[in-house]
Design a protein around this ligand. Structure first.
Ligand code: 4NP
Length: 164
């Protein structure tokens, strides 16, 4: 039975949040917790709805063994805040937008900033790589891998997942 549902959110849902979803799914699977934790991703804007992840993001991710399969969709505030336990934005603007879309204190308690889970890296946001180069896409993956390690630890300790 799934106990925790995670939604990763960025602006367009074609670079950072699809990568976060894939990295986290991989770590969950490796930890043997895929029956307990599920992941999805969405964008603040619907401009890229229906599109696969950005080809550059896919290319950098596959080199590290992550296959990006998600199709871009815009966040549906009512449905998504009801369904998901954690709604995790990539930067401060995502957090501001998610707060604007939230309807209650219960919703707002579900909003988290991805880099707050980083264990080793000291970034306070996952920088938008859309207008960037190869290094920017690599940096996104470095930050996400570290943040996903921390997020998994958080889920294990806060929710005793996999430690019953
Ligand atoms: P993402 O990157 O939020 O990481 O998916 C972006 C994708 C598209 C745009 C901006 C950022 N855009 O302006 O279309």
């Amino acid at each position: 039975m799934i106990e925790k549902q995670l939604l990763f959110v960025c602006l367009g849902n074609i670079c950072r949040s699809p990568a976060a979803e894939a990295v986290m799914k991989d770590k969950i699977k490796t930890s043997g917790l895929d029956h307990l934790i599920s992941c999805d991703s969405a964008g603040i804007i619907g401009f890229h709805s229906g599109a696969p992840a950005d080809a550059r993001m896919q290319m950098h991710a596959i080199r590290r063994g992550y296959k990006l399969t998600s199709i871009s969709r815009q966040i549906k505030p009512k449905l998504d805040f009801n369904r998901f336990d954690m709604v995790i934005g990539m930067d401060d603007q995502n957090i501001k937008d998610l707060n604007s879309l939230s309807r209650s204190e219960k919703d707002r308690k579900k909003i988290f900033l991805m880099t707050d889970f980083c264990l080793k890296m000291t970034f306070n946001h996952v920088p938008d790589p859309y207008y960037g180069d190869n290094e920017d896409f690599e940096l996104v993956l470095d930050i996400l891998q570290d943040a996903c390690d921390g997020l998994l630890e958080h889920l294990k300790t806060q929710n005793h997942l996999g430690r019953k």
